[in-house]
Ligand binder design. Sequence first.
Ligand code: BGC
Length: 516
Amino acid sequence: MNKDTHVLEFAQGSSDEGLPLINEAPSDDRAPKSTTSRPSAAMMGVVCFAALSGFLFGYDTSAISGVLLVMDPPLTVPQNEVFVSIALLAAAIGSPIGGSLSDRFGRRVAIGISSLLFCIGSLVLALGPDSDATGGFAVLLVGRAIVGSAIGVSSAIVPMFVAELSPPKWRGSLMGVQIAAITFGQFISYLVDVALLPAANNWRWMLGVPLVPALIQLVGVFLFVPESPLWLASHGLVADAHKVIRRIAHADFDAALADLNHSLEIRQIEPRTMRETARGLWLIRSQLLLGCALQAFQQLVGINTIMYYSSVILSQSGFGDKSHPRDAMLMSAAVAGGNALFTLVAIYLVDRVGRRKLMLYTLPGVIVALGLMSFTFFAINAAPTSAIALPTSVTSGMALGGMLLYICTFASGMGLLPWAVTGEIFPSALAGRANAVTTATNWLTNLAVSITFLTLFTAYSGAAFAGYAVIAVVAFVYFYFKLPETAGLSLSEIQLLFQDRNNSGGKTERRKEAIQ
Ligand code: BGC
């Protein structure tokens, strides 16, 4: 591989204090915009291979509900809880590791490692001992932890990998392919669960299915998926970066090259020590805070109470019969199907309407839906004589309506935007580590909400949803003031936008302009 001395000069530069210079842009010339009407087929192919991680993320986090219903011998309640949450915890630990690996060794290597982990974890779960064999449950936990760490690694890397190779005009939609794959994976997992529910030992198949997409991705990473051109160039491998751009950008070659060169003007040094990393992250603190807020709010508005427990919520509202697991799984499949469908709406709108508007237009729907669900359970629990006591047919209809409104509006904005925005706002040399922090925030808040929901719902009923609604209102206010518009900007322009925010007392005009 060839190294380019010009870029190496940048890479070896340092600030007056001898610290790495990150996010320091010498000029604010705008890079040429992409011109093609569609991303090339090669680029779409690469994005789809990378997005297989999203399918695995969605499948593995959801298939578990069916698995727990048919596991033989069945797990005890505490075992159930540990078996579910260990994957979320492992994802929270895996994301920082994956993020750092991807800055050091490249995005492609890190994606390859996550596919390998998915293969190993799926094999351990599918072929492992029964939970009541000596050490059997421990082996199953290890399998689940391996799968969880693979989810963590890939969720930290894939959005930024896709952002680094996409033309600005299509970046939001291309990053959305990964989110569509998550929701499609969730939908398919419920269908697979429904199909395999009748036989007790089918839980092994349920957990083994991901081996197939994981193997396909592993082979794809070896044979087809290139390294991110921005990562290559920021590591001095400019000639290789040009080759990748030539291969995947086609008609957009000139614009992609210009944006790459422009990004390289922003001096980026990969930090080598903990101190340098901490200093680097401090220099990009406004992006980091925004990224963590996006990911935390995504989870704290309660999406996974619906994704993981829709059947419990609906049956409590008087809908269906909770003693039939198949019906419950079908209900969950319908909710997950709606989620997948509206993610396509988000993909269509994210570049056309813009990130900021899409967030501010869809979040009120989430707030209304949560309010409706809260009111429904409030009415259910009211004394039959109370003025707001309603018949079961009405409460079940309200709960279903609230849930559908929630899913449509969440999937059209909040489902995609945190991943898309965190994928595009960090300078390349630090993007892995920064995404490590924001993605770990996502998984830790997911864990916190998922393990507390059933207790809160049992103890306080609809008040749980009122709590998520209040958080959604806070999120709306925060995004109104802090979320800038990044749609259509090149990655280098986005850096300039945040540079103003990070330099206290810096220029604020451009920021105001971008927020309009
Ligand atoms: C979230 C997941 C959630 C999914 C629902 C994703 O964007 O990160 O936690 O389960 O959306 O579709």
